[in-house]
Design a protein around this ligand. Structure first.
Ligand code: VGL
Ligand code: ZN
Length: 201
């Protein structure tokens, strides 16, 4: 068992990000068993759940004249437009059926209609906190290991924000899978280097 200052944060291992889902990440379901096994090593396990209202502003279908995977400008910066995914209460928003869900905390994000939330720590405006940093600090946790989906979006933003907030962050890249949209995976790896994120491949 790892020491009490460590947590495992499992990002968005949900049906819509797995093969057959609305925003399927190639091989997304291939990391579930490895993640379950890793959970047993950690004194604290946190799951995040992408949790959008119907008609969320990050959906291409909510933005007239735009197709999925185009980028638009929002008041808070660039935003990729996605197929409708992880809509609250739907099957697609549920965790993968084989994922262990006996976690300490399930943190939902992306529920504000006008702003997306890739990171487990901040919305995409980079200022509205999700509350995760406070939760970890109150439990005396300063070291986090990240796994889950997708490597280059929600795992990436969580890793960089966590490091920026002063947490020691490791990405177990072998237990993530990427969307890889126009160089986003390479960009993520550069961002991790710049932020001092440790990577295990
Ligand atoms: C994610 C795109 C949109 C992710 C969530 O979990 O990486 N990507 N919403
Ligand atoms: Zn989303």
């Amino acid at each position: 068992m790892r020491p009490a200052n460590e947590a495992l944060v499992v990002i968005d291992v949900q049906n819509d990000f797995c093969p057959g889902g609305a925003l399927a990440v190639p091989g997304g379901d291939g990391i579930v068993h490895g993640i379950n096994a890793l959970m047993a090593e950690f004194p604290a396990v946190i799951l995040t759940q992408d949790w959008h209202p119907t008609g969320h502003s990050s959906f291409a279908s909510s933005n007239w004249d735009h197709e999925p995977y185009e980028t638009i400008e929002m008041p808070y910066g660039h935003q990729v437009l996605w197929p409708d995914h992880c809509v609250q209460g739907t099957q697609g928003a549920e965790f993968h059926p084989l994922l262990r869900t006996d976690a300490d905390l399930i943190l939902r994000k992306g529920f504000r209609p006008g702003v997306d939330s890739y990171s487990a720590f901040f919305e995409n405006d980079h200022t509205t906190p999700t509350g995760l940093a406070g939760y970890l600090r109150e439990r005396g946790i300063d070291t986090v290991t990240l796994v889950g989906l997708a490597t280059d979006f929600c795992v990436n933003y969580s890793a960089v924000d966590g490091a920026r907030l002063g947490f020691r962050v490791t990405v177990r890249e072998d237990l993530t899978r990427a969307i890889d949209l126009s160089g986003s995976l390479a960009a993520a790896r550069h961002a991790w280097d710049a932020a001092g994120v440790q990577v295990v491949r």
